[in-house]
Design a protein around this ligand. Sequence first.
Ligand SMILES: *[C@@H]1O[C@H](CO)[C@@H](O)[C@H](O)[C@H]1NC(C)=O
Ligand SMILES: *[C@@H]1O[C@H](CO)[C@@H](O)[C@H](O)[C@H]1NC(C)=O
Length: 694
Amino acid sequence: MRRLLLFLFLVLAPICIHGDTDPSDAAALRVMFQSLNSPGQLTKWTSNAAGDPCGDNWKGVKCSSSRVTQINLSGLGLSGNLGYQLNSLTSLTNFDMSNNNLGNQIPYNLPPNLQTLNFAGCGFSGNLPYSISLMTSLKYLNVAHNQINGELQDMFGKLSSLSTLDLSFNSLTGNIPESFSSLSSATDMYLQNNHFTGTIDVLADLPLKNLNVANNKFSGWVPSQLKSINLQKDGNSWNSGSAPPPPPGTPANRQPRSGTTSSNNSGDGGKKSGVNGGAIAGIVISVLVVGAVIAFFLLKKRSTKSHTDIEKMENQPFASLGSHPHGLQELKSVQASSKENTVAFQIPSAINLKPPPMEHHKSFDEDDVDFSAKPMVPKKISVAPTNVALYSIADLQMATNSFSADNLVGEGSTGRVYHAQFDDGKVVAVKKINASAVGVGGENFIDIVSDISRLRHPNVTELVGYCCEHGQRLLVYEFLKNGSLYDFLHLSDEYSSSKPLSWTNRVKIALGAARALEYLHEVCSPCVIHKSIKSANILLDSELNPHLSECGLARLVPDADQDVDTSAPEVSMSGHYTTKSDVYGFGVTMLELLSGRKPFDSSRTRSEQSLVRWATPQLHDIDALAKMVDPALKGLYPVKSLSRFADVIALCVQPEPEFRPPMSEVVEALVRLVQRTNMSKRTVGNDVRPQGEE
Ligand SMILES: *[C@@H]1O[C@H](CO)[C@@H](O)[C@H](O)[C@H]1NC(C)=O
Ligand SMILES: *[C@@H]1O[C@H](CO)[C@@H](O)[C@H](O)[C@H]1NC(C)=O
């Protein structure tokens, strides 16, 4: 009998597989159908799990074997979005969605192996997503007639197969990035009707046949190499003087080219000589620049208490600064001890308050630079931090009632945290670093304090002082009234005074925490890996703004001391932390926000104990989501916001670290979610439905 079954299986199995679409391709298309609001024009399409795009001949879909290779839904009057699973369409080469109403931003997780991508006339705004920079097979890219805006990132370094690039009729600004010089197959380029500035020198050595740069703000001279091709250049501010001497020799030699640019091309955004190799380097640098600028403005805004809102978001989680003693008292000497012996540091009596040189890629008005806006800089010598106060152990003992149990407010892997109140009424949180935690890697406490004191972001807990006496190591932070997110979410029954978090507040907390992590990863230099992203390390102030704690303290803890419930699979296996393992921890935290459940809950049935394992397979199913969402919300949440929130989680908790998005993309996705939610709140009131209702 068993043999017969085996025989039947062997005979039937190939038949079943034949014509069946690859499951992840099929899933991606079903999600796309749903996200496009299940339009009738898409004949044969269904979001039903039995739907088979290749076998059932879905409109506009072509397959090869069981894989989806082409999707052409051009001009079908579609609206909605393309779903969140596009990146699983790994065999898709032709993707034509042109002339539909897909609104908002180009999805950032595009199919990775595209050769043809046509998003012309789709109503997209925002900028080109990072995923395009990795499409080494891309031959044709058309995003014309959208509202794409901002500067192009230096993301074209790997697109050496690209022959046609159409960016025309958008609102792009800034200079053409240097990496355009890597477009070594480009024959057709359409940049007309944008707001590009600077010269087009970078295009000189490309094999162009057709080039349209009309109606921009280009200046300088048209390179002589481009004069023999089909060039449209009207509507710019070309220099009318006699042309400069052409660069010696036409062969690609980028160094002299940027040197001979004789127009006044002062805006250096995206223009960096020496970044020609690799889109990644370019993008990382662009992100750093953008991040530094954002951080600068955030901090500047904070310090000037201006109410203009860069993100046009009403409920943007800016933290109140609290009492910030720019503890610039004169420190004559600081006693600090390293692991083995005690060293006395002699501090020059006139402390130099001038910030260390900023990265060179932006020239800020020096006087305007908030001292605290400085990202971390690597240092070799121990210098006492100058923007935090030095406390004596006696003062801290007094303020914490001799570190009494009553004053204990938390305990982390590095030590216990106490509530402290000084005679003048000032309240702070004092972290007593465990003796065992000090000096991992032989690092000096003063160095660590100095680095932490440089971390300044509205969503990062602010170090206000430290104490280093009699072998004790203490860090003094701003005190955050509402404790940790973990306590707020999971212990609220015991503290019945606190109300459950509203959906809006949950999103606000996720966004603020994402911004903090983006700051650590992408603004700070060197980048700071947090290693312990979890709800217990997200503190809430009186307005429920999140403040990420334990930043910069990872160096105090051995890598082995990990929290198995929140750490990424690769960390559990190798103990190796990266920014992507932080992203995973962030995804788990978002899951906690969504579900109200702990990352691990032994009181639940076995299959539901691990939150990630239980929740992840259900994140794409709207009905399952409605059951998964925190019952404390009592159904009060916009359904679309919830499912977009779940989409972001799904990206963050992917088992493969390289597929998890960088934090800047998470921030972007959450900002979009907030904006759309605000928009739909203003227009329709029925986006909120009771839980479980269809
Ligand atoms: C998609 O279909 C449209 C109209 O049917 C056609 O003009 C276009 O060339 C197709 N795109 C691709 C990439 O084949
Ligand atoms: C370049 O700038 C200088 C001073 O900044 C100005 O005198 C000159 O006219 C400018 N040249 C061009 C080509 O714009």
